[in-house]
Write a protein that binds this ligand. Structure first.
Ligand code: NDP
Length: 286
């Protein structure tokens, strides 16, 4: 079996067009606003922030970038977040992670007003998601769910195996699939016999940060495979956590890297910012 490639680019382009149209329709009421805070000069973080700014602009979302040096105090950063919490033209706040070691990410995330937490990392939004209430969903897991739905990949009653249990990807994507009535297994670095679990999965989500780690032997014939990983090979080229060339021969659906999950993450950030702005303006979803 040769897999159908799920193009995150294609799904993202369609969703971004819908977002752009909704933003346009709102123009007489308000312009959605996203504040992004970048601390320090991490090259990868800077490039993610640039991508978010560009995408916001294209969708007609106002975006404001605050750059802070890596030696700022935690207090200064918390105060900036607080300022944005009260700024009426800002509907979403994103603090680009990771932060320097002397700043507590937990404290910073908890300072963001939950109604502006468009990254979906605040414990209140996580708790709401876990209890099936309306919440800002974390962008990468939310994007993965959108791709699976776009391709009509059945979730209910299916066995999803998540490889990775981070707070930003592994744990929430498992929760979202559980909310869709999938049966979910989490695997991690201490899992004994990973292959035993992954090879039973109807859906494998790879989020380990280990380049081309998931091989053909890890997946069963006809499984759908979502590759969250973004890694650099020794020659500098980008690759995922899945050995794409090898695994695609065995699967029904697979996401490429680049062009898979990545474009969806930014798209869901735009989506969450739009939802926040609509809520602020009292506009209901049709
Ligand atoms: P983390 O490093 O926070 O988590 C990695 C997870 O993988 C951990 O739970 C770890 O287990 C598990 N793991 C590591 N080695 C193994 C192994 N040998 N077998 C089984 N499990 C293992 O990474 P993130 O979740 O933040 O990110 C994962 C990947 O996704 C990265 O490549 C990252 O760059 C990418 N990413 C991509 C995004 C996108 O938009 N496309 C967004 C966010 C991340 P343990 O908990 O036991 O340590």
């Amino acid at each position: 079996m040769t897999a159908s490639i799920i193009s995150g680019k294609e799904v993202a382009a369609e969703l971004r067009q819908q977002i752009k149209e909704e933003v346009h329709a709102l123009q007489d009421t308000l312009t959605p606003g996203l504040a992004v805070i970048l601390v320090g000069d991490n090259t990868a973080s800077r490039s993610y922030v640039k991508g978010k700014e560009k995408a916001s602009k294209e969708a007609g979302i106002y975006s404001e970038l605050t750059e802070m040096p890596s030696d700022i105090t935690e207090e200064t950063l918390l105060n900036k977040v607080e300022e944005y919490n009260h700024q009426d033209d800002i509907h979403g706040i994103l603090v680009q992670l990771p932060l320097p070691d002397h700043i507590s990410e937990k404290k910073v995330i908890e300072r963001i007003a939950p109604q502006k937490d468009v990254d979906g990392f605040h414990p209140i939004n996580i708790g709401r998601m876990m209890t099936g209430q309306e919440a800002f969903l974390p962008c990468t897991p939310f994007g993965i769910l959108q791709m699976l739905k776009y391709k009509n990949i059945p979730l209910e009653g299916k066995h999803a195996v998540i490889v990775g249990r981070s707070n930003i990807v592994g744990k929430p994507v498992g929760q979202l699939l559980l909310n869709e009535n999938a049966t979910v297994t989490y695997c991690h670095s201490r899992t004994a016999d990973l292959k035993h679990h992954t090879s039973q999965a109807d859906i494998v989500i790879a989020a380990t940060g280990k380049a081309e780690f998931i091989k053909q032997e890890h997946v069963k014939e006809g499984a759908a495979v979502i590759d969250v990983g973004m890694n650099r090979r020794e020659d500098g080229t980008l690759c995922g956590d899945v050995d794409f060339e090898e695994v695609k021969e065995k699967t029904s659906f697979i996401t490429p890297v680049p062009g898979g999950v990545g474009p969806m993450t930014i798209t869901m950030l735009l989506y969450n910012t739009l939802q926040s702005a609509k809520k602020h303006a009292g506009v209901r979803n049709s």
